[in-house]
Design a protein around this ligand. Structure first.
Ligand SMILES: [Zn+2]
Length: 264
């Protein structure tokens, strides 16, 4: 359900946690929600500082750095907890599957199944905001993607394809600040990609100022993220060294992911 024209805007703020996690704090007026609260402390501080009331907790997958603060926040605030129906996560009130919806802060959160990083991973797409928003946990990263712990290359690629099909203006809120190392890898695959080189310069400057490089957009990811570019001749050539034309895109994706796993 789109918010009414006179309701306050939805704000989204990164709360840094651990080494490189972002917990995403959403607010409309004084009502708040949080995505993937791996740690309760930074969320509690932000709620206190801005006098916000937490009404919802949204979880994308079961890893500890995404769920560690759920029970603490739930017991203190009574917030309703949404999470993937396909994973065992303590404290989840409403299990969600792809195609289902949750209404949070007056907005429609559409659930997309994105198995691969974990088997039951879900993402939340908010189409009614302008621009639309995507909370994708550890599936799509800025200029990269998550490691495959719970799925096959075919599943992970299908998950990334589903996210890549969202409107290009969609703001992409991933859960980690991995961007510069992802860009270094992307440049090793596509050294001549002008949009990627531009992004590298811009995001390096952003990090030098100590600011987050996220959110990015689906449009920027399509232009620069090698894992969304398995059909691009330069990416295919980098993997096959120009020798194998017939390699299917899943094999290209799997080889890219493996190369990234070993990239230093
Ligand atoms: Zn994870």
């Amino acid at each position: 359900m789109p918010s009414s024209p006179d309701s306050p805007a939805l704000t989204v703020t990164p709360l840094p946690a651990f080494n490189d996690n972002y917990l995403w704090l959403l607010a409309r007026g004084q009502e708040a929600a949080v995505v993937d609260p791996g740690d309760a402390a930074p969320v509690r501080r932000a709620l206190d500082r801005h006098n916000l009331r937490l009404s919802a907790i949204l979880v994308t997958h079961h890893h500890g750095d995404h769920v560690g603060g759920v029970l603490d926040l739930k017991s203190r605030t009574g917030a309703r907890v949404y999470g993937p129906a396909g994973e065992q996560i303590e404290g989840v009130d409403i299990g969600l599957r792809g195609g289902e919806h949750a209404e949070v802060l007056g907005a429609d959160f559409r659930v997309i199944d994105v198995p691969g990083h974990t088997a039951g991973h879900i993402a939340y797409f908010v189409p009614g905001e302008s621009p639309p928003r995507l909370f994708c946990g550890d599936t799509l990263f800025a200029c990269g993607c998550g490691r495959m712990f719970g799925g096959t290359a075919r599943q992970m690629l299908a998950s990334l394809d589903a996210l890549a099909a969202l409107p290009p203006s969609t703001l992409v809120y991933c859960a980690h600040e991995y961007t510069l190392s992802n860009i270094r890898f992307a440049l090793s695959v596509e050294p001549a990609n002008a949009a990627l080189r531009e992004r590298a310069a811009r995001d390096e400057a952003t990090r030098q100022r100590g600011e987050p490089t996220v959110p990015s957009t689906i449009g920027l990811e399509l232009a620069t993220n090698p894992f969304l570019r398995c059909d691009v001749p330069e990416v295919r050539a980098s993997i096959t060294h120009g020798t194998v034309d017939a390699v299917d895109r899943t094999a290209i994706f799997a080889a890219l992911r493996k190369r990234k796993d070993n990239f230093r």
